[in-house]
Design a protein around this ligand. Structure first.
Ligand SMILES: [Zn+2]
Length: 291
């Protein structure tokens, strides 16, 4: 997938669903676009500016804020009257729903790098906050409103630091009201302690998926402009995967160089190999980032 036009996505989310949006760091930027102190090194998720104030329903404001891109996009749940179920493991929410005799329903749903975001519409004032209630311990986070600022989610059209795009499962799906059973679950007193990790052992298919995301990111570059930067960035991410033992270095290099040649990188194979090697070295010397 090529980079979606993030402004068009923002306008679409505002017009179709009445969502309040704001710019979020894009992993293709040289450094975190949030320019905050003490950045934890995660890329593609940190808001530009004070998001509860900056989030807007006004297409002119968001156009101005996105002008010096690339930016990802965030959605402020409270003013948007949203409750978003954010699963950290594929199928976690469907499993929870089934355990209480329900299904998530055909509401607007966005595929993420790790699972899905299920969007639901709250009552006026978005009374349900970020509390997980009975969903705690099921590899699920909740983003809503409540008494404070509430939470935000990274919007469709944005790219995760692994190169995976946040993509609607069905762009025509409506945002359905929060089902009664879900509202009850969120309001319940948590019974289970969350497990320490939501990440099961990786298998070859997920490694392939992650590399595939990086390949798509390389192929989405603008000829003669940012392809070399994209290749370098992808090599940094691949080095992290190598360090985490998700893929071996030789195959990662081969896949990235191949993608660079397909993308028509200037300098051909020698240049592609140099860029990949230097990206991987730089990432290795910085240490590994997890998310
Ligand atoms: Zn940051």
């Amino acid at each position: 997938m090529n980079d979606p036009d993030i402004l068009a996505v923002a306008n679409w989310l505002q017009a179709r669903h009445g969502l309040y949006v704001f710019p979020v760091d894009h992993p293709g930027r040289e450094s975190c676009g949030a320019s905050h102190r003490g950045c934890d090194g995660q890329r593609g998720k940190h808001p530009r500016g004070r998001w509860p104030r900056v989030a807007t329903l006004d297409p002119r404001h968001i156009r101005a804020m996105l002008a010096d891109g690339p930016w990802n996009l965030g959605i402020a749940c409270k003013p948007s009257q949203l409750l978003v179920v954010d699963e950290d493991q594929p199928g976690a929410f469907a499993e929870f729903a089934e355990s209480v005799g329900h299904v998530p329903g055909a509401t607007f749903t966005v595929g993420t790098a790790k699972g899905r975001h299920y969007y639901y519409r709250q009552d006026e004032g978005a009374p349900l906050g970020n509390g997980r209630g009975a969903l705690a311990g099921h590899c699920i986070d909740i983003r809503g409103g409540g008494a404070g600022n509430g939470g935000y989610v990274v919007a469709p059209g944005s790219v995760h630091q692994t190169g995976v795009y946040y993509t609607p499962v069905d762009p025509t799906a409506p945002i359905l009201p929060v089902p009664e059973w879900l509202a009850r679950a969120c309001s319940a007193v948590p019974q289970i302690q969350p497990p320490t990790s939501c990440h099961p052992p990786r298998h070859p298919a997920s490694t392939f998926t992650a590399l595939h995301g990086l390949v798509r990111f390389i192929l989405g570059g603008i000829p003669g402009r940012d392809r070399n930067n994209r290749l370098y960035w992808a090599a940094c991410r691949a080095a992290e995967m190598v360090a985490a033992d998700l893929v071996d270095q030789a195959s990662a290099e081969a896949v990235l160089v191949d993608a660079a040649l397909k993308a028509g990188l200037h300098g051909g194979e020698p240049e592609a190999r140099r860029t990949v090697a230097s990206g991987m070295r730089a990432a290795a010397s910085r240490g590994v980032r997890h998310d």
